[in-house]
Design a binder for this molecule. Structure first.
Ligand code: S3P
Length: 191
């Protein structure tokens, strides 16, 4: 995902494209694979509405994700995540940015599959490390800021990510508009 500035210069317009997909899209994938960035680009370029599960959890609880993990533990965070994803039922033309661990719970996968096309964004461990090296907002990456640990966490989650996904998009080396286009083209094909 290079050249992020290209978003503001993009001249894509869905009416000139074969991107007739009008349902919801859920973006899943490991931390640092670009879910939030791509979500915002799908909104900016293609006019989709956006919801971000982590941001909604923080808004509802008035707490940062780190604080929720520290004070109440991961299970409690996962419960909040399930409630939040459930609250998106009934949405249309919306892109849902999911936390990287959302699909580790089968219930969440059921919700996402019912209401959206599920798109897995992938990136190399090196890319994830580069993007998140100065970030301290991810409790699951504390003490694991190296490619070996990231690769091993990715490998642990790989089956769950792949089983949840309707579409897989590799983000390495692609511009954000290219990624958006690939997502919508594939979603239109399988709707
Ligand atoms: C998590 C990913 C985070 C956030 C929480 C747990 C995970 O979201 O939900 O820190 O277990 O992978 P991002 O993928 O948006 O960083």
């Amino acid at each position: 995902m290079e050249n992020q500035n290209i978003i503001s210069n993009a001249k894509y317009d869905r009416k000139y494209d074969d991107l007739s997909f009008s349902g919801n899209i859920a973006l899943i994938g490991f931390m640092g694979t670009g879910k939030t960035t791509v979500c915002n680009a799908l909104s900016h370029i293609y006019g989709m509405d956006v919801v971000d599960a982590d941001a909604d959890i923080e808004r509802k609880t008035g707490m940062r994700i780190n604080e929720i993990f520290e004070q109440y533990g991961e299970e409690h965070f996962r419960d909040l995540e399930t409630q939040t994803l459930g609250s998106y039922e009934g949405r249309q033309n919306t892109v849902i940015s999911c936390g990287g661990g959302a699909v580790l719970r089968h219930r969440n996968v059921e919700i996402l599959k019912r209401i959206s096309r599920v798109v897995l964004l992938s990136a190399r461990p090196k890319t994830v490390l580069f993007r998140l090296k100065d970030d301290d907002t991810r409790p699951k990456l504390r003490g694991h800021k190296n490619t070996a640990d990231i690769a091993s966490m990715m490998a642990e989650r790989e089956t769950q990510y792949k089983n949840a996904a309707d579409i897989i998009v590799d983000t390495d080396g692609k511009s954000i508009p290219e990624i958006c286009r690939e997502i919508l083209q594939n979603a239109a094909r399988i709707q």
